[in-house]
Every structure is written in C-alpha cells, then in structure tokens.
Design a protein around this ligand. Structure first.
Ligand SMILES: Cc1cc2nc3c(=O)[nH]c(=O)nc-3n(C[C@H](O)[C@H](O)[C@H](O)COP(=O)(O)OP(=O)(O)OC[C@H]3O[C@@H](n4cnc5c(N)ncnc54)[C@H](O)[C@@H]3O)c2cc1C
Length: 346
C-alpha cells in the first residue's frame, strides 16, 4: 500500500502531524524507533498549548509561578500558567489521539533510509506521497537530507522522591559552577517529589551527571533535595535555533528535528505541537489539490509563528554563551537573558 503520509517519530511533533492528517481521512503510517514512548524531559508544558488534551495526559502538578535564582540566590518570581506532565504518559496520550484518528503506528521501527518511493526502516519498506521527519534533535531524516548536525545542550535529570519542592512553582537556578551554559530546574511532580535536572553547553568541563550530583549534594538548595534519586536519564536539546529550510520537495521537518526548541529555555513541546498542526494542515491541502509545491507554505507558516521568538532567544543564547562561565557576569546580565524578566523583552 502507498501511504499518503509517513511520519518518522512518535513524539509530540510526529503524533500531532499524524493525527491532523489522519483525521482528514488520509492513510498515515508513523514509524517509531523505540518500543514505547520514552523521550527524556522535565515535562513542563505551557497552558498555551494549542490542542485539547485527553484526561489521561499524565499531568502531575499545576504550575503558577516561576522562581528564577541569580547566582547570589536572590530571586525573581513571575506568574506563569502551565503544568508538569509525566512525559511518557503525555506522549502516549498523543499517540493514542493519532491512532484514534486512524493513523497506524509501528514501534521498534527506526528509519534507515529515504528511498525514491518512500522510506526503508528496520523490518521493511513503505512508500508514501509525503514524509514528515519528526525524529527529534538527532534526526535521521535531517541527516539523510544532508543537513548539518544541530548545536545541542546536554542534560541530566533525576526524579527525586522524599524531597521538599515548592508547590506550584518551577524553580530555575543559574550558576556557572553547577550549570555552565544552561541552568538547573526543579519541577514539582507531587507534594514530596520533583524532577531535578540541568542542561549545559560545551562550556562545561564535567559531565552533566557530575554537575547534577554536585548540585544535589552541595548547592545552597541541597538540604531540600536530600531525598531518593530515581529515574536517572540523559538527553539533548537543540539550541541553534530554527533551521533555515524546513521543506525539501516532499519531505518536511517538524519539532526538534527542525530546531524548534527555545535556544535558552530549551522548551520545545509547545512549539513542536504548534508546528505539527501547521504541517498537518499544509499536508492536507497538498494532498487535496494533488500539488506538492503547496508544501512550501509550511515553511512560511512556521516562520510566521516561530521565527521571531526563536530568533530573539537565539540572540539571548549568544549573550548567555558570553556570560555562562562567570557568576559575576550572570548576576549582572541575567534579566536580559531570561524570559520572565521585563528586560528580556526590551
Ligand atoms: C532533559 C530534557 C528536558 C526537557 N524539558 C522540557 C520541558 O520541560 N518542556 C519543554 O517544552 N521541552 C522540554 N524539552 C524539550 C522537548 O523534550 C522537545 O523539544 C520535544 O520533545 C520535541 O518534540 P519532538 O516530537 O520534535 O521530538 P521528540 O520528543 O524527541 O520525539 C522524537 C521521536 O522520534 C523518535 N526517533 C528518533 N530517531 C528515529 C528514527 N531513526 N526512526 C524513527 N523514530 C525515531 C524518538 O524515539 C522519539 O520518539 C526537554 C528536553 C530534554 C532533553
């Protein structure tokens, strides 16, 4: 069978692209590398999310405040509106939306190659009119298209149990000694549990694991974090900004594969879902009119939605790179670089 669309990757970008197109009655196949959903993540989702979530989407805590710490531990509070989700449960809920809409999902089926007709993957081949590469930061689709690797921040995280998180507050901690090039996050997942992790750039001289263990053991917040370490994980997120080109004949890139995560905060779920809907609607228009040149409109739509915020953040990323190994510079310049300060927007 020839599919109308093959989606590579069953993360948020892939599932929502697949759901949107399948809902319009087209044949959609999703190829997922892993046997189940397991994307590494802290799980903060802003309530600006543009889809209706099912009740089973893994929400663990509501977040109404973001507390950002300077290196000297003074802090700034900002009202925000979002939630922390258990990412595998959240992703599975989105896969279920795609399946309910009629998409077929093949697990343990990594993309191996793009072929003249479609794709080859572990276990077979399939042909398709259109392909959406939603396979994350180290996208195989992008590499098969000959694109450069993206600049990344590398991350480590624990789910800490028997700790004292601040209810309803996501805590963000900037300090060159613990997270050079990035920051530490503490996101409550319950009354006595929190996801605690960090991301660093190449400015770091130790591994993210070492920085994280040091933070939990000896930072000024250590006392509140002396609990049980569970669910250790590592991951990476793109910090190089939106790729210039998102559409390559009949192949589109969506989500982290296209550099849609914020280069400073690292948040990418909301953007991935926003772009996935745009991708899905553009694909539907191209299939309806049998005109693949219409796919180019996806790039225009995404740039209208994301180029400005991601471009601004990329500029801030440059500044953070300059300051990130000095607590003195971080202390002075943080308001200009972090999204909850008014100086960021000036
Ligand atoms: C430690 C960490 C914490 C984060 N915390 C947050 C947060 O709190 N909030 C937020 O908004 N963002 C966060 N992010 C970023 C967020 O996870 C991503 O921006 C988001 O997942 C992007 O969605 P996606 O669908 O594009 O990619 P992904 O979620 O990465 O999904 C890609 C999918 O493609 C699959 N895949 C990969 N290669 C292949 C292949 N060859 N063939 C088939 N399938 C393949 C993968 O298995 C995966 O299922 C975090 C990232 C990390 C690493």
């Amino acid at each position: 069978m020839k599919y109308d669309l093959i989606v590579v990757g069953a993360g948020p970008a892939g599932s929502i692209t697949a759901k949107t197109v399948a809902q319009a009655g087209y044949n959609v196949l999703v190829l997922e590398r892993d046997a189940f959903c397991r994307s590494p993540c802290a799980g903060y989702v802003s309530s600006t999310i543009n889809i209706e979530l099912p009740e089973t989407s893994g929400v663990q805590s509501k977040i109404t405040n973001m507390r950002t710490y300077f290196p000297d531990l003074s802090f700034h509070d900002q009202t925000i509106n979002g939630f922390v989700a258990d990412r595998p449960v959240f992703d599975k809920a989105l896969v279920t939306l795609a399946e309910t809409a009629g998409a077929q999902v093949r697990w343990s089926s990594p993309l191996l190659d793009l072929t003249p007709d479609g794709v080859s993957f572990r276990g077979g081949e399939a042909s398709a009119t259109i392909i959406a590469g939603a396979d994350g930061v180290f996208s195989k689709t992008a590499s098969l298209l000959g694109l450069d690797k993206q600049r990344v921040a590398v991350c480590a995280q624990y789910h800490l149990k028997s700790v004292e998180p601040m209810a309803g507050t996501s805590e963000i901690f900037f300090n060159a000694d613990y997270a050079p090039g990035g920051y530490v996050w503490i996101y409550p997942t319950g009354e006595d549990s929190a996801r605690v992790g960090l991301g660093i750039t190449e400015a770091g001289s130790r591994s993210p694991h070492q920085y994280l263990d040091a933070f939990i053991a000896e930072s000024p917040l250590a006392e509140r974090l002396a609990g049980k370490k569970t669910e250790y994980m590592t991951g990476a997120l793109p910090i190089g900004g939106l790729r210039d080109q998102l559409c390559f004949d009949n192949v589109l890139l969506v989500g982290d594969s296209a550099g849609m995560a914020d280069p400073v905060t690292g948040a990418g779920i909301n953007s991935a879902i926003l772009a996935a809907e745009a991708a899905g609607n553009t694909i539907i228009a191209a299939l309806e009119k049998n005109d693949l040149t219409l796919l180019a409109q996806y790039e225009t739509k995404v740039k209208r939605l994301l180029a400005r915020p991601l471009g601004r953040s990329l500029g801030k990323r440059g500044k953070l790179d300059e300051c990130c190994t000095s607590n003195e510079l971080l202390q002075q310049n943080l308001p200009e670089m972090w999204v909850t300060f008014k100086e960021y927007w000036q």
